[in-house]
Design a protein around this ligand. Sequence first.
Ligand code: AMP
Length: 389
Amino acid sequence: MLVLVINSGSSSLKFQVRDVEAGSVLAEGLVEKIGMGTGGEGDGQPEGPRDHAEALEQVDAEIHAALGDRVLDAVGHRVVHGGERFGEPVLIDNEITRAIERLNPLAPLHNPANVLGIRAIAKKWPDMPQVAVFDTAFHRTLPEHAWRYAVPDELYTNHGIRRYGFHGTSHEYVAHRAAALLDVPVDEFDAVIAHLGNGASVTAIRGGQSVDTSMGFTPLEGLVMGTRSGDLDPSILVFLGRAGWSPEDLDSMLNRQSGLKGLAGNNDMRSVVEAAEAGDARAAMALAVASYRLAKYIGGYHVAVGGAKALVFTAGIGENSHQFRTLVADRLGALGVQLDAGLNRERSKEPRVISTPSSAIPVLVVPTDEERAIAEATAAAVTHSSVAP
Ligand code: AMP
């Protein structure tokens, strides 16, 4: 089955065409600057597409050459927020599109863009099956004691304020691959998975299910990220609000000016590691804050899962930065974690163990592939719907 995987942002559209059975990528690309004109008068930059429909024409032209005579069977969308309703990928119809739209207030930057992508496809290819794969869905198994904030109940009942969790597609995919690597049935797999990219989250897996995760109501809570603060005392916001900061100022500070960027002046982990190795004290401090935060979560989640059978690193930093993995593992001595320095430094695209045989918990690096997971979930949803009575 040929699946077009779409990750639609407000001004960008990332795509991949996957042959699900062959496990191959036939085409991929990124259309940027949607609806942004030339980006400034006479700046000489090529004009971006006017809207998502025009962006899709560009995608169609790009994939046409790669597909030859073959035709797409389905489209799978990465949808950021599925709220409390969606715990599984779903075949999209008008009612589902409206339900995703109703979740806009919970993900104002993401869900409206996802809906634009869905509507653009429906207009261009009205008979194309479309499937929504939600970033929150895997975390629908969180127990209430993990998803509740200790605030007045009406904030939950009237405004949906609770922890939802994100990166679910990646955490689920990586949990399955890690369990397979260790030869443990996934429904018996207890682990802590750290997805460390520009956005970062850590998830407690018990019996193959998510029982806690560090991102909450939005993807801001939890770990130190590229430009996001992660956890802080909420009173800081009250303090700054009283000092005249607007909600927009606070949003920008927390989401775009904080994290590694706020601490070290650079949001890119590779640059921060290089700076620290060259003796930059701010970069070293940023790495210490980020690795300490993650180590605290790992310790907590080891308890949450009743003793993890594995610690798994994934995404850009988790897969590539042996230095950051070392900084984290060095703080986990109390759990008996021991990295094998040679295995940790080895570069590979394959899932692998990087701990010593005597480590109390095996430490793994498992490359994530969200597009593959979305393509497979899309194929499964379409196949299931066509055989259902
Ligand atoms: P992602 O969002 O998964 O693409 O991850 C992006 C992050 O991965 C950035 O902070 C990159 O600096 C980091 N990254 C990618 N490659 C490396 C590398 N070789 N060493 C350290 N960090 C890396």
